[in-house]
Design a protein around this ligand. Structure first.
Ligand SMILES: Cc1cc2nc3c(=O)[nH]c(=O)nc-3n(C[C@H](O)[C@H](O)[C@H](O)COP(=O)(O)OP(=O)(O)OC[C@H]3O[C@@H](n4cnc5c(N)ncnc54)[C@H](O)[C@@H]3O)c2cc1C
Length: 325
């Protein structure tokens, strides 16, 4: 699901025709509130602002429509992948073959707090969670304020900042499997790791319950402000996908890149930020291939000069651009 490699399978040799059929099927099976588009540019849906288009893009309004979309993809043998707010994704220039499903509207964006508990749809923005938690006097979720993702993406990535991570404050998740079955899972059953939770390789988060502790609103506000200014002192404002690499055990990736003398290195319109070595920024003209070249360059130098294997934190999806494009 997360690494949608190829849309063309032996059972499905004609991608364009299958996409058209699927597109018509989706329009017939889903409610009119569900948004379904062909050839949707993904650059505008990712914070790095690079990459090609999705063959079919679906924004289901309801769990039922999501279930229909999965069913039709399954029947047509078409691959699909999930998109949150696109803040941890690098889409290759050839775009994504198959279907991109994004839970950014309808039933999936509600946020509600009661006592120390907060429930949120998978498409809700993390900023919205932090703001609602502050309004409800719930402390412990302040760190989510500056992470530009959705609840679903933060569960998949176990996103974290300033010493806290998503699973630290998670009670349970409502999730759908590939066949469309929905169940509630307690956080302790999901076995998250550092910037990863394998459960979401084949489950779609629909909504989540978080638990904080009740605290005075002024205290929460002060903590949010402190975290926010710390973030903006160390992080570039230009389009990026946040940290490109996971931190190796021995050294933070940003420090390693700085020590290798690579800050400021540029390929095409992509540059390693002068401000933070683990952020690659787009000057507005970057292609995905520029960012990928920078990633390779850094990995090679880290391996050759420091014997460190860097792993990407950013998820790389989609196809290479074909030579004639
Ligand atoms: C400026 C900037 C700052 C950042 N700071 C931080 C930070 O401090 N800490 C941090 O951890 N990250 C940070 N990030 C990275 C990113 O914001 C997080 O990883 C975030 O959780 C990704 O959420 P998203 O909704 O954008 O997911 P996407 O990037 O859209 O997707 C990420 C993964 O989640 C999967 N996914 C999306 N929705 C669902 C769902 N409903 N169910 C299952 N899987 C799903 C996708 O298929 C994909 O595999 C930063 C990024 C930027 C651009």
């Amino acid at each position: 699901m997360s690494s949608i490699s190829s849309f063309l399978t032996e059972d499905n040799p004609c991608a364009e025709e299958a996409c058209e059929t699927l597109f018509r099927g989706l329009n017939g099976a889903c409610s009119k509130e569900t948004s379904i588009r062909r050839h949707e540019p993904l650059a505008k849906r990712t914070t790095l602002r690079v990459g090609g288009s999705a063959d079919v893009y679906v924004e289901p309004a309801t769990v039922h429509d999501l279930c229909q979309a999965l069913r039709l993809c399954r029947e047509a043998g078409v691959h699909w992948m999930l998109l949150g707010r696109g803040s941890n994704l690098l889409v290759r220039d050839g775009g994504v073959r198959g279907v991109v499903i994004c839970l950014a509207g309808g039933e999936f964006v509600g946020v509600k707090s009661m006592g120390p508990m907060l429930s949120a749809g998978a498409g809700a923005r993390l900023k919205h969670i932090a703001v609602e938690a502050r309004r409800g006097g719930i402390s412990g979720l302040e760190f989510l304020e500056g992470i530009p993702g959705s609840v679903g993406g933060s569960l998949r990535m176990n996103a974290g900042a300033m010493g806290s991570a998503t699973f630290d404050c998670l009670e349970s998740v409502r999730a759908m499997d590939r066949e469309g079955l929905v169940a509630v899972h307690t956080a302790s059953a999901l076995d998250p790791g550092y910037r990863h939770c394998g459960f979401f390789d084949d489950h779609i988060a629909l909504s989540a319950e978080f638990r904080g502790r009740l605290a005075p609103m002024a205290e929460i506000e002060a903590r949010m402000r402190a975290l926010s200014s710390k973030r903006w002192e160390s992080q570039p404002a230009a389009p990026s996908a946040g940290c490109i690499f996971k931190n190796p055990a021995s050294i933070p990736a940003g420090k390693l890149i700085q020590e290798l003398g690579l800050k400021g290195t540029r390929v095409g319109g992509a540059q390693i930020s002068e401000m933070h070595g683990n952020f690659f920024v787009n000057d507005g003209s970057a292609k995905a291939r520029d960012v990928l070249s920078l990633i390779e360059l850094v990995r090679e130098r880290a391996l050759n000069e420091r014997q460190i294997h860097l792993q990407t934190e950013v998820q790389i999806v989609g196809e290479e651009e074909s030579p004639c494009e």
